[in-house]
Design a protein around this ligand. Sequence first.
Ligand SMILES: [Fe+2]
Ligand SMILES: [Fe+2]
Length: 136
Amino acid sequence: MTGLTWNRIKHDVKVDKMNEQHKLLFNILDSLYKVMENKDDRNALVKIINDLITYSKQHLTTEEALLEKYDYPELAEQKEQHKLFIAKIEEFKEDFRKNHFMLHFNMAIFLKTWISNHIEVLDKKYSQFLNDRGVF
Ligand SMILES: [Fe+2]
Ligand SMILES: [Fe+2]
C-alpha cells in the first residue's frame, strides 16, 4: 500500500484553515504507513490513534462552526458524516485495546477512503459557497 500526498488539484477546498487542517490528516496517514513497517510498535500506534482523535475533534468542530456561521445548506450532511467518522475512530481505540491484528491496515484503508469520499467530494462542495462570502 502506498501513501498519499496532499495535492492542489484533488484536495484544495479553497479555504486556508481547512486545507491546513486536512494536511494534518495526511501526516497522520503517513505516520501510520511508517508504523506498518514495524507492526509491533504499539507505542507509536497508540500515539497515532490519539493524534487522530485530537485532530478529528479540532478539525470537525472548526469546520462545522465555520459552515454554521454562514448557514451552509448542506451542514446536516457534513455533521452526519463527521459523527460517523468519530464513531469509527472510537472503534479503532477499542480495536487497539483488543490487540486487533488487522488494525493498521483497517485504519489506513479507512483514512484513504475518507480523504477520497469526504474531503475530495463533500468538503470541496463548500469552497465556492464560502469564497462567495469572503472566506478564503
Ligand atoms: Fe467535512
Ligand atoms: Fe474537512
